[in-house]
Write a protein that binds this ligand. Structure first.
Ligand SMILES: *Cc1c(COP(=O)(O)O)cnc(C)c1O
Length: 344
């Protein structure tokens, strides 16, 4: 089956693989945790996930190293974020060790589908989901839950990979409400962004940039990636600080690497949409986006070009090399960031 996969041509789309992980929760406990083969979810029509969007999800990856191992990147951080969302939505938590064990087991079971090292950043995408299930038509939290993880090999999120792309601000719509749950990866937060994403892609943009919903003067983030800029003159790594931004684990990692490994100053703060001249380079960052350089950003019909529309800026290149080097095991990682799926 894997003979059919051309690792270099993978894009960010779904390929069915043999195994997925499932665990079920009822009456205060998790039961029947293990691998399953049916890609169809066992979900009732009266389930809260279907009726009211009671669900949270994650998106992490497994990477093939040069010496043939398969590693996870900071799985503990993804578990913590899922559980923060679970608490917010009144759902039971998935114990962190169970989350990590489940990621390891489902990746190992589908090992033939993990892209080998050295194919333009191709990796195995991991999609954990915690869903309110069972029959529960009242608008209140479910009494039964399903934790499920599917995996699928992927290439770059934005077509043609690590080169500058064009982005556009959506000044009509907000990603989330100002008083909403924008800082958790809640299923329900995404539905209202899908039409906009389609519209901008049709117009040739890679993705949407959303402004802060309270004042519409500051950059918040993209559909599924955070924003960074490299300040002119100082090379400072700047990223928005806002309670309507989803706290990206890639961002958290890059803040650390920029400061400690690359010797850059870093800042989390306001990024005004009228002040793009402040930046020499800019980009999107996320587990799926990795680092995606912004060639341009269009706002109210005005196209602002950053470093170049064709060349990747030197600081973005360094950040990309450092992050990818660590994720694929080529560069020594900070303690605990990289976890071998074969280790207990
Ligand atoms: C998942 C996601 C990100 C990226 O977070 P990572 O932890 O780096 O993958 C950024 N913004 C939104 C809205 C997201 O859903």
């Amino acid at each position: 089956m894997t003979d059919k996969l051309n690792w270099d041509e993978l894009d960010f789309s779904y390929t069915e693989v043999p195994f997925r992980w499932r665990a079920y929760w009822k009456d205060g406990e998790w039961y029947k945790a293990g691998l399953e083969t049916d890609p169809q979810l066992p979900i009732r029509e009266a389930a809260p996930i279907v009726n009211y969007g009671q669900g949270v999800f994650e998106g992490n990856k497994a990477y093939g190293t040069k010496d043939g191992r398969v590693v996870l990147f900071r799985p503990d951080e993804f578990a913590k974020r899922l559980n923060r969302g679970a608490r917010r939505l009144g759902m039971p938590e998935v114990p962190e060790e169970e989350f990590i064990r489940a990621c390891k087991e489902v990746v190992k079971a589908n090992r033939d589908f993990v892209p080998p090292h050295g194919h333009n950043g191709a990796a195995m995408f991991i999609r954990p989901m915690l869903l309110g299930v069972g029959d529960h038509i009242q608008v209140s939290a479910a009494e039964e839950y399903l934790f499920t993880i599917y995996v699928t090999p992927v290439g770059p999120l934005y077509k043609s990979g690590f080169k500058p792309h064009d982005f556009v601000v959506d000044s009509e719509h907000d990603r989330v409400a100002a008083d909403g749950n924008g800082d958790v990866k809640a299923t329900a937060n995404y539905a209202s962004t899908l039409a906009t994403a389609n519209k901008v892609r049709k117009s040739g943009y890679a993705d949407v940039v959303y402004l802060d919903p309270a004042t519409h003067t500051k950059i918040d983030e993209l559909s599924a990636a955070n924003f960074f800029g490299i300040e002119k003159g100082t090379n400072k790594f700047v990223t928005p600080l806002s309670n309507t931004v989803l706290p990206s684990i890639t961002k958290k990692s890059l803040l650390h690497l920029a400061e400690h490994n690359l010797g850059l100053e870093v800042e989390e703060g306001d990024v005004f949409i009228d002040d793009l001249d402040r930046f020499e380079e800019a980009g999107a960052m996320g587990n799926a986006a990795v680092i995606s350089p912004m060639g341009s950003l269009t706002y109210n019909g005005n196209k602002h070009v950053f470093y170049s529309e064709t060349e990747v800026g030197p600081v973005s290149q360094k950040l990309y090399n450092e992050l990818m080097g660590i994720q694929f095991g080529d560069i020594e990682a900070p303690e605990g960031w990289v976890v071998d799926v074969d280790e207990d």
